[in-house]
Design a protein around this ligand. Sequence first.
Ligand SMILES: [Zn+2]
Length: 437
Amino acid sequence: MPEITAEDEVVRLCQELIRIDSSNYGDGSGPGEAEAARYVVEQLREVGLEPRTFESAPRRVSVAVRIPGADPVRPGLCLHGHLDVVPAEAADWQVDPFSGELRDGCVWGRGAVDMKGMDAMILALVRENARAGVLPPRDLVVVFFADEEAGGEHGSQFMAQEHPEVFAGVSEAVSEVGGYSVTVPTPEGGRARAYLLQTAEKGIAWLTLRARGTAGHGSVPNDDNPIAHLAGAVARIADHEWPGQHIDSVRDLLAGLSRLTGIPVEDVEGLLATIPGAAGFVRGTLRDTSNPTVLSGGYKHNVVPQTATAAIDCRFLPGHEDDVMATIRELAGPHVEVEVHHRDIALETDLEGPLVEAMIAAIGAEDPGATVLPYCLSGGTDNKALATLGITGYGFAPLRLPEDLPFAPMFHGIDERVPVDALTFGVKVLRRLVATS
Ligand SMILES: [Zn+2]
């Protein structure tokens, strides 16, 4: 009997993970990750591995296992995924979002791309190596985190703060969101495939604007009205045109797309139009951003309240945090305080070094002629928490995608699905990467 390979199992693992509802509502009301963690533990134990589980709060469970490498002296590599998903509104979908249904060559369901597909690829590969007794070249620390979709307080942040020993000796990490392909037109009328390797991510500043004023009767003139102060501040912040400033990874991505397509590098919109499946992620990295997301204040038509508040979702590029905060405070004006509700760091590393070379070589071996380009993610990942331990993180969940698959919109969107071919491709690339890392 031939050994069971990762390719044989990856689709089943992905389907079974999708069928476990691990929706994260961000307020602790969801089912938690306990069930998904129990499933992962079973899959690891079945091949003789001994994972540890970490419960940060009731039913909020992360799983970790260390696989000793051939060279115990070299710094380790962390492969990680998150077990939670964002909620899904079933009525909007073509399939039951927790069915893991196979349809049109794809596995459908919440988490297919974010990120139970990659979880399944990691699990399948680790199981294959364990069955075959294959040692990774250096220690491999495999972690499945809880709570990524709410910022990681009960997952990666908890693990980094309370259980840093899990990551002892680890220098680099590989996870979402990158490694997927885009297909662009060439000047000769052909098509070229490029894989976007995530080397940077924006930082997060979720801000609360708090306007204070003088309460009073709605019929009395009032030039210290907090509703008016707040409305002005929100409008100024929303209207502010953040200057376009391309950090290295963005500049290198645009230059790479320009080389492939022949479109001038100055024509940013023209270049983005060649990668419709990923443009959503890239557009947010061309500048800092500040979106008002919640407004609240007042309680009766004829009462001027004492205070009013608004929420701003602010995302800053690496190195821009101080400038962005100063600008927001200035725009908010004298009557509106700016409070930081939640913040997290921006990340940036270079597209170089032995691990990056191993990623590029693994893609090159499985998709000859394809290009690898760096890019910055507009959102955040668990790599932020690992960065606090000095671990350099990359987004590299390799997927060779069909040209017409709207990839970025499926993250937190409807009809999330991943092609079966992309999962088996990803397993092949990850196998090479781990073997040469
Ligand atoms: Zn994710």
